[in-house]
Design a protein around this ligand. Structure first.
Ligand SMILES: C[S@@+](CC[C@H](N)C(=O)[O-])C[C@H]1O[C@@H](n2cnc3c(N)ncnc32)[C@H](O)[C@@H]1O
Length: 467
């Protein structure tokens, strides 16, 4: 196992080093379910490659069950990328936490995920300073899919824990809300949820943690989601209870066809022609639809343009420009030579109307096929195009070629696709980026996250400097 500590160790290399011993835990696109397929085949050393902390939490939560079925199993996680890349040993984590706390971790993680402005470390400190809540977490971890009532002792403990999380040793969130609201500089985001919202959230957390905990079962017997889940444009939403009212039951907000246009755009099984036709047909209402989902990709991109595309007279490419949402900002910032590339001619027509771009390239991006000459651009931005069924990870090969040495390429994408889209997950997309780092075609300048990309989604931003 010593070799696993090497910085550039990859899953592929691991397979070669440990033939027959490696278990790659599979993650399903929607529920993050590690499956013990290889353990069943006798593998005992497992390496999971992920950028998602949820996966580590799930592994810790199921570890005791896994080890009971497959004694001697050793699980490693290769986590993150670039200078944040590190290995975690799940056996050691579980040994230090001990069995109860390991089993409670998914419940704790789910429960403490939705308090606006409250990071995990403060939640962890609160748990340590208020250990009585362990009884509630233990109950939740052992009573899968069982809802709590407002008068249950477990919910009362959760309510008290929530008060402690906001630095108050009160027992009632209602009293605490009143107390905090009367203080200066408190916005509605900064105060705890109502008791009703907290109860729904507690039950949603049990539902989520129960799904994770039963993920070793081939056929999970999960009830339908209730407790205020909402259908978002392409997923079941877990509302952030301090910022928006949680609905009762499972509310389907899809009363118009906007979500279906979005869903179709990001679903697979379409030919190239069909995908382009879809964007052609969507071009006229795309801007409005995306805005209604709280899409902030272009605003995030602007921040990076200001930071890295300093020379406004340089030649830049908006790759996958679509209807040119970025165009408004390009104009405002005074860029004089920004090109727009997209496969959809109708979307490009819309982009033209912004009067911000100087050239329009109607081209479908496939790896190694771009017709643009080498060393053409001073910078390239790609916003919102690494989504299911769109760009192949290796298309970045062309970008290293068409951008001049010293030029910047930055990519804004929705973080969820790094773990949920089969074409990108398990390090496939990051692997394609890293491959070009290893081949000295570009270097990673920075990798950052931005909140609220699509309502509750997080954006992942990669900035590379071409060599
Ligand atoms: C979700 S939109 C993003 C558009 C724009 N960047 C934005 O932020 O609004 C994705 C765009 O990528 C384009 N696209 C998808 N796959 C493509 C490909 N392989 N080659 C060229 N364009 C593609 C689509 O036509 C669409 O306009």
């Amino acid at each position: 196992m010593i070799t696993l500590t090497a910085k550039k160790f990859t899953l592929h290399q691991a397979s070669l080093m440990y033939p027959g011993h490696l278990l790659s835990l599979c993650q399903s696109a929607t529920m993050k379910r590690p499956t013990p397929g290889c353990a069943l085949k006798g593998s005992r050393v497992i390496l999971v490659r992920t950028v998602d902390t949820d996966v580590i939490v799930i592994l810790v939560g199921i570890f005791c069950n896994l080890i009971a079925c497959y004694p001697g199993t050793c699980i490693w996680v290769a986590f993150g990328m670039g200078k944040h890349f590190q290995y975690f040993n799940i056996n050691t984590i579980c040994h230090n936490l001990r069995e109860d706390k390991s089993r409670e971790l998914p419940v704790f993680h789910a429960f403490t995920s939705q308090f606006f402005g409250k990071a995990k470390h403060s939640a962890w400190e609160t748990w340590n300073s208020f250990p009585a809540v362990t009884e509630a977490f233990l109950f939740m971890a052992h009573h899968l899919f069982k809802s709590l009532g407002v008068n249950s002792s477990q919910f009362q403990l959760l309510e008290e824990f929530t008060c402690h999380l906001y630095y108050k040793t009160l027992r009632s969130v209602t009293k605490l809300r009143q107390d905090l609201f009367l203080r200066k500089a408190r916005t509605m985001d900064n105060i705890p949820p109502t008791q009703d919202a907290l109860l729904q959230h507690s039950n949603r957390s049990i539902y989520q943690a129960s799904n994770w905990t039963t993920s070793l079962q081939p056929q999970q017997n999960a009830p339908s989601p209730v407790h205020g889940h909402q259908s978002g444009p392409y997923y079941l939403k877990h509302p952030r209870m301090t910022t928006e009212p949680a609905p009762y039951g499972h509310e389907d907000t899809n009363t118009d066809d906007r979500p279906s246009r979005f869903k179709k755009a990001i679903s697979g099984g379409f030919s190239v022609a069909e995908k382009i036709a879809h964007y052609d047909a969507w071009a006229n209402t795309y801007d409005e639809d995306m805005r209604s989902y709280g899409f902030t990709g272009p605003e995030i991109a602007v921040e990076y343009m200001k930071r890295y595309f300093k020379d406004t007279s340089g030649k830049y490419l908006d790759c996958g420009a679509g209807t040119g949402l970025l165009g408004v900002h390009i104009k405002e910032l005074g860029y004089t030579d920004f090109h727009a590339l997209d496969a959809s001619s109708v979307a490009l027509e819309k982009a033209k109307s912004r009067q911000a771009y100087t050239k329009f390239i109607e081209e479908f991006i496939t790896t190694g096929k771009l017709s643009i000459e080498t060393d053409t651009y001073d910078g390239l931005v790609c916003c919102g195009c690494f989504v299911p069924g769109h760009l192949e990870p290796d298309c970045v090969e062309d970008w290293c070629r068409i951008v001049k040495p010293g030029g910047i390429v930055f990519i804004v994408l929705c973080q969820r696709w790094l773990s949920q889209e089969p074409a990108y997950n398990e390090g496939k997309l990051e692997g394609a980026f890293q491959k070009r780092v290893d081949e000295c075609k570009w270097e990673l300048v920075v990798r950052e996250q931005r909140d609220k990309y699509l309502t509750e989604d997080v954006a992942e931003v990669f900035v590379f400097k071409v060599k």
